[in-house]
Design a protein around this ligand. Structure first.
Ligand SMILES: [Zn+2]
Length: 476
């Protein structure tokens, strides 16, 4: 049997209009909201598998129906790939608008033999919903759907305008969503974008993620000769692309671990005092981090703590180096070319395009005579940062405190979620990442799970957040 959500006993609970009534509602409807999610999880909506296209379409229809039953006007939109499902609540003139984003597609389930139960025959065992998509992202998105339904039943309607955007291509890089958002920007414009597609920093620790890193990814090729050359005949008289590349790459960082590219840090937003104080409250264990990574040291930019380096500082890493001969035995060759792959994780307010240009300029200047440099930009992604002083953040924090009985921690993530930037750009919405999953939910891996407790608390958190957002933003 799933455990009941905890009844918080904080004074804040009553101050924000809940969550007692939502908890009572869920107690009466628990089996139903669980059964509905399991039914959705049964649909193998693997977006990358062409054989599953009809299942993907079925999963879109399922969530469209569920949104309709929750009192919204839902629509399935065809795209060049898998459909996008949108929904809108009955309009309330003058009220703020929240857009809730999620995805109904899932990762492939392979290797199937590693699953304790079949991935698309979801079960509830020991308080966990086990099945592909349970946490990423069907469970987290469905919590919002059920929250909207609960508010409809409890309050006779929603306190503000709610839109849903549910895509079926997140796991394959959202190739069609940015364009879809731009084309539907008038209908989907919102003050706040609620995104639940991540993990709380620790169990029982409500989390608002407010910063995501951006990315620039480069391939660097150096060429020194028309062909490989014999080191006996040419060694001592020709440039070597591998030594050239090694020195160019080594020069990208200085001895203190800082990126030595001119202008690299120009636009970096340093943490302010409030953020620093909040960062200090995040439960983070350096030794557990080291054990998990299997490393014996945590080097990085001097002058910054480990968590700050992981979340709020830009990085530069090499991903691959190639060239010449690395087979068994020896071959006395001076190769004609060498190649490296590298990337930088970026933070607000670095512009990935500008950083790519700075890197390229630096590498070209560092190239010794006779070395041709070719730089290809393989990927650019913008960082995102939610202003912590935005009223939507305070409102969400109040709601989470009321639901969990403790204030949320404010986290950043070192990773990149490009779609958050698209929601911000195309819809003008301030992103608020309300994470419901746990770090050990085994996303993309066998035996993916979502704790029943997190699902139910997620429904309560979403419902109470919508109420507090209506008050906080309505009064602006
Ligand atoms: Zn996801």
């Amino acid at each position: 049997m799933p455990s009941a959500p905890q009844r918080p006993e904080t004074a804040a609970a009553s101050a924000v209009g809940g969550p007692a009534d939502v908890l009572a509602y869920l107690e009466a409807n628990r089996e139903r909201v669980l059964a509905e999610l399991l039914e959705w999880l049964r649909i193998p909506s693997v977006s990358t598998d062409p054989q599953r296209a009809s299942d993907v379409a079925r999963a879109a229809a399922f969530v469209s129906d569920a949104l309709g039953r929750a009192g919204l006007e839902a629509q399935v939109h065809a795209t060049a790939g898998h459909p996008v499902v949108t929904a809108a609540s009955p309009p309330i003139a003058g009220a703020p608008t929240v857009v809730i984003y999620g995805h109904y597609d899932v990762q492939p389930a392979e290797p199937l033999e590693a699953w304790a139960t079949p991935p698309f025959e979801p079960v509830v065992v020991d308080g966990r919903i086990v099945g592909r998509g349970a946490s990423d992202d069907k469970g987290q998105l469905y919590a919002h759907v059920k929250a909207v339904e609960a508010l409809r039943d409890l309050d006779g309607g929603l306190p503000l305008n709610v839109r849903f955007v549910v895509e079926g291509e997140e796991e394959i890089g959202s190739p069609n969503l940015p364009r879809f958002l731009r084309e539907h920007r008038t209908d989907l414009q919102a003050d706040v974008a609620l995104v639940s597609d991540g993990a709380m920093v620790a169990p029982e620790t409500p989390t608002i993620t407010y910063g995501l890193r951006g990315l620039v990814y480069l391939t660097v090729r150096v060429r020194t000769a028309g062909r490989d050359l014999h080191s006996g005949a040419y060694g001592g008289g020709v440039p070597n692309p591998l030594t050239a590349l090694a020195s160019m790459l080594a020069g990208l960082k200085d001895a203190s671990g800082r990126v030595a590219v001119a202008g690299f840090y120009d636009d970096v937003a340093e943490l302010d005092e409030v953020e620093r104080e909040r960062l200090a409250r995040v439960p983070f264990d350096r030794h557990a981090f080291m054990a998990d990574a299997g490393v014996t040291a945590t080097p990085g930019e001097a002058g910054y703590g480990l968590l700050e380096r992981l979340w709020a500082r830009p990085t530069l890493d090499l991903h691959g180096l190639g060239g010449g001969f690395v087979g068994a035995g020896s071959k006395t060759v001076i190769p004609a070319e060498g190649v490296a792959k590298l990337s930088c994780r970026l933070v607000a307010h670095q512009d990935p395009r500008r950083i790519a240009d700075l890197l390229e300029t630096h590498l070209r200047r560092a190239a010794p005579e006779g070395v041709d440099v070719d730089v290809v930009v393989d990927g650019l992604g913008e960082p995102a940062l939610t202003p912590l002083d935005h009223p939507a953040v305070a409102a969400t924090a109040r709601a989470l405190e009321a639901v969990w009985g403790r204030p949320p921690v404010f986290a950043r993530t070192g990773g990149s979620i490009p779609i958050v930037v698209d929601l911000q750009r195309a819809l003008g919405a301030v992103p608020v990442l309300l994470d419901m999953g746990l770090e050990d939910d085994r996303l993309h891996a066998p035996n993916e799970k979502f704790e029943v407790r997190n699902y139910l608390q997620g429904i309560v958190a979403s419902a109470v957040t919508l109420r507090t957002l209506a008050t906080a933003l309505g009064a602006r």
